[in-house]
Unconditional design. Sequence first.
Length: 156
Amino acid sequence: MEKAIQDLLAEHAFFRDMQQHALELVAGCAKNVHFAAGSYIAHEGDDATTFYAVRRGRVAVEIYSPERGPLTVQTLGDGDILGWSWLFAPHNWRFDAVALESTSAIEFDGACLRSKVDNDPVLGYEFVRRFAQVIVERLAATSRQLADLYGRGGNP
């Protein structure tokens, strides 16, 4: 028997301790999706209308370097969140994301969720607090990647 979205959310690390009322609201904006290995999930600059809670699989978060091509900033897996640009204007993806292997995720409609967090300040605060942590982790990963790239004593 397939689990309800709300139950899947309650099991996901990002949503694990979220109140039942909030999970019910969030579940109304969500659906299960699957990406085959090699599939692009997001392209830098495209409209960020969604975000994803990775359930199973691995996703590379990449930036593009004209000299080196795609550089993996971070590899996401089970329990991670992909995408935060849906929450902050101008709502454009800030990176590329590609499934490294078969990946199952919960996809969230950004407009639906923005409407809910705008109308429920407690839920809005909860999302901003949780996504701030995602952003901090992504920036730290980018910083480490840049240090590796430029800190080896040579030119990129």
